[in-house]
Design a protein around this ligand. Structure first.
Ligand code: SAM
Length: 253
């Protein structure tokens, strides 16, 4: 019997943001292999008899090296198992889904990609920030603030410093100061608003509003916990939820 690996996007945290397909596969899973970012509220939907393999990742390093994760998936597939490979957000957005799919394809293991709501979409919605907005932002770029070699970020800052394009930075907390400096150095105003969303879509969500000029100091003061996401651009001024946290202030509800 041939197995199959489902690379499933588990969304940003709120289990109600799972697709119907993801929820169906999770509820019937025989084996689940999951990352650290997958919310407990999603793991709670796995059946009691499901074999759970935690390959949880931490910022900048992997608890289980990627090669081992690949081998686990290939071996399970070759052994005939149907596996739900759960990944936070969407498997193909900073999720190494492409790498795992390539390995499975090379090994002749059947697989299917089930998309999920990526953190940019989930966090923006939960914070009431439109990622594009007519007359304000005509484009959106998803960036990672983490470099594989742990070196300094080396974006083409002049291409990024476009005031009509929203920037969403995944894994950007540690490099926030460098990001702000690079963007300001390339001409973006220090008043450009920034939102930092911590644990977006979960009951523990916090949102900080800052600006490129204040970002480094605000991050030190606020100490965002993982996972956190940065949204940079004029759309942040269009945040619609009135009850959110601001620096040094508790949310009203
Ligand atoms: C390795 S990337 C995985 C992204 C994931 N594949 C996706 O599509 O959302 C991890 C980063 O995503 C962001 N992230 C994921 N879930 C988040 C959440 N609920 N709230 C804030 N940021 C989140 C953070 O920047 C975190 O460091």
């Amino acid at each position: 019997m041939t197995g199959k690996i489902y690379l499933v996007g588990a969304g940003p945290g709120d289990p109600e943001l799972l697709t119907l397909k993801a929820a169906r596969l999770i509820a019937a899973a025989e084996v689940a292999v999951f990352d650290r970012l997958v919310a407990d509220a999603v793991l709670d939907l796995l059946p009691p008899a499901c074999l759970r393999i935690d390959v949880g990742k931490e910022t900048g390093r992997h608890c289980v090296p990627q090669d081992e994760i690949n081998a686990i998936l290939v071996n399970l597939g070759l052994a005939g198992h149907r596996v739900v490979r759960l990944k936070g957000g969407d498997p193909f957005i900073f999720g190494r889904g492409g790498e795992e799919a390539e390995v499975l394809a090379a090994a002749g293991v059947a697989f299917e990609i089930v998309p999920g709501i990526t953190a940019a979409a989930g966090c923006a919605a939960a914070a009431g920030i439109p990622l594009t907005h007519r007359g304000v932002a005509q484009g959106l770029r998803l960036l990672t603030g983490h470099r594989q070699d742990d070196g300094e970020l080396d974006f083409d800052w002049h291409r990024l410093a476009d005031p009509t394009c929203t920037l969403v930075v995944y894994m950007g907390v540690a490099s926030a100061e460098r990001l702000a400096g690079g963007l300001r150095g390339a001409g973006l105003s220090g008043e450009t608003p920034v939102a930092i969303i911590e644990r977006g879509t979960t009951p523990d969500q916090r949102t900080l509003f800052s600006s490129l000029a204040d970002l480094a100091a605000d991050m030190v003061r606020w100490q965002p916990k993982p996972p956190s996401l940065l949204i940079i651009g004029a759309v942040v001024n269009h945040a619609l939820t009135p009850h959110m946290d601001h620096v040094g202030r508790e949310a009203a509800q």
